[in-house]
Design a protein around this ligand. Structure first.
Ligand SMILES: Nc1nc2c(ncn2[C@@H]2O[C@H](COP(=O)(O)OP(=O)(O)OP(=O)(O)O)[C@@H](O)[C@H]2O)c(=O)[nH]1
Length: 305
C-alpha cells in the first residue's frame, strides 16, 4: 500500500476499524463504488470498482488519479472532485472512462461529499453507473433516424432538416443554392429483370457514385425509392448544370458488375432548380418539374427549371 503522509490518519483508522463489515457490504453491490480523502487519495473501493478499472484495491489505496490514469483524464477527474469539495453535497455527471488497460466505457458518476467529526469536508464517495449499453443504443437509434439504411445517405426527414438550416443560411446571406432532383431511369425494369436484391445493390451503387462525385458540403438525400435530392451550397445556375452533367455522365459511363461477364448499366435523369428567393418547398417542387421534363426528353438527361 502506498500510504502518503497527506492521508488523513483518523479517517483511515476509522475506516479500518469498521472495514470488515463495511467492505463486505459494499462488495456485495454490483455497481462500482470508491471513496477518496479530500486530498484526492483513494481510501477504498468495492469489488465492482476493482473489476471496473481492472486494478486491485491494494494498488489503488493511497494513490491519486494522477498516479493511476493518463494526465488528460486525471485532470478531468481532479477538477470534478475539486468542484464537489468547493461545493459540498451531491454531484452528477456523465463521462467517458478508460480502464488502466485502455478500454473505454460511458459512465454516469454520482458523487457525494462526506464530513469529518468537525463537520469539515473530509472526502467523497463515488458511485459509477455504466451507461455504455444505453449510449450505444442511443447512437444506433440516432443513426437509424438520420441515415437511410440501404444507401447510407440522409433519409428524407433528416435531409430536409439539414436543408432547412442550409436554406436559412442561404436566405440570410443571399448565397447561391442549387437543388438537383435525380431519378433512376427505368428502375422498375432492373427489379423486374434481376430481382429486388440487385435493385437494392443498384441503389447503393448510385449512392456511392454520388458520394464520390460530390463535395463534402453537399447534402445528399435519399428522397424516395429511386429518387435522390442533392443540395449544393454556394453553387450558382451555370455550375449546377456542370455538376448535374458530371453526375449523369459518370453514372452512364460506369457499370455495375453482376457477374464475371454481366454488367448492369444505369442512367439517371436530373432536374435542377436554383435559389431565387423562392421558398424551400417551391425550390424542391421546381426541381421536380425540371426532372419531369428531363424524363420526358427520353431520360438520361439534365433539365433546369
Ligand atoms: N430494389 C428496390 N426497388 C425499389 C426501392 N424503392 C423503390 N423501388 C422500385 O423502384 C421502381 C420505380 O419505378 P417507377 O416509378 O415506375 O419508375 P421507373 O421504372 O424508374 O421509370 P422512370 O422513372 O419513368 O424512368 C419500382 O419498381 C419500385 O418498386 C428499393 O428500395 N429497392
Amino acid at each position: 500500500m502506498n500510504m502518503d503522509s497527506s492521508l488523513d490518519s483518523d479517517l483511515i483508522r476509522y475506516l479500518s476499524d469498521n472495514s470488515p463489515m463495511l467492505q463486505y457490504l459494499i462488495d456485495t453491490l454490483p455497481v462500482p463504488i470508491f471513496y477518496k480523502d479530500k486530498a484526492g487519495y483513494y481510501l477504498g473501493c468495492n469489488k465492482a470498482f476493482e473489476d471496473f478499472i481492472k486494478i486491485e484495491r491494494s494498488q489503488l489505496i493511497g494513490n491519486n488519479v494522477f498516479q493511476l490514469y493518463d494526465r488528460e483524464l486525471a485532470e478531468i477527474y481532479h477538477s470534478a472532485d475539486q468542484a464537489l469539495f468547493d461545493n459540498p453535497g451531491i454531484q452528477n455527471y456523465e463521462s467517458v472512462v478508460r480502464s488502466t488497460q485502455g478500454d473505454e466505457r460511458y459512465v454516469k458518476f454520482h458523487k457525494t461529499s462526506f464530513g469529518d467529526s468537525k463537520n469539515e469536508v473530509a472526502g467523497l464517495i463515488g458511485v459509477i453507473f455504466d451507461i455504455t449499453a444505453q449510449k450505444q443504443l442511443e447512437h444506433k437509434l440516432t443513426e437509424q433516424a438520420t441515415y437511410d439504411s440501404l444507401t447510407g445517405l440522409y433519409n428524407r426527414r433528416e435531409g430536409l432538416n439539414r436543408v432547412g438550416e442550409l436554406y436559412e443560411l442561404t436566405r440570410r446571406n443571399k448565397m447561391p443554392l442549387a437543388v438537383l432532383m435525380l431519378d433512376v431511369d427505368h428502375f422498375k425494369r432492373v427489379n423486374d429483370q434481376y430481382g429486388h436484391q440487385i435493385g437494392d445493390r443498384a441503389l447503393q451503387f448510385i449512392a456511392d457514385t454520388l458520394r464520390q462525385t460530390s463535395r463534402q458540403s453537399d447534402i445528399l438525400v435519399r428522397y424516395g425509392g429511386e429518387e435522390f435530392l442533392l443540395f449544393l451550397p454556394n453553387v450558382a445556375e451555370g455550375d449546377a448544370v456542370t455538376f448535374a452533367e458530371r453526375y449523369r455522365t459518370t453514372l452512364a459511363e460506369k457499370s455495375m458488375s453482376l457477374s464475371k461477364d454481366q454488367q448492369l448499366h444505369l442512367t439517371v435523369s436530373i432536374g435542377i432548380s436554383c435559389y431565387k428567393q423562392q421558398s424551400l418547398t417551391d425550390l424542391i417542387h421546381e426541381a421536380d418539374i425540371a426532372l419531369y421534363e428531363a424524363k420526358s426528353r427520353d431520360r438520361n438527361n439534365v433539365c433546369s427549371y
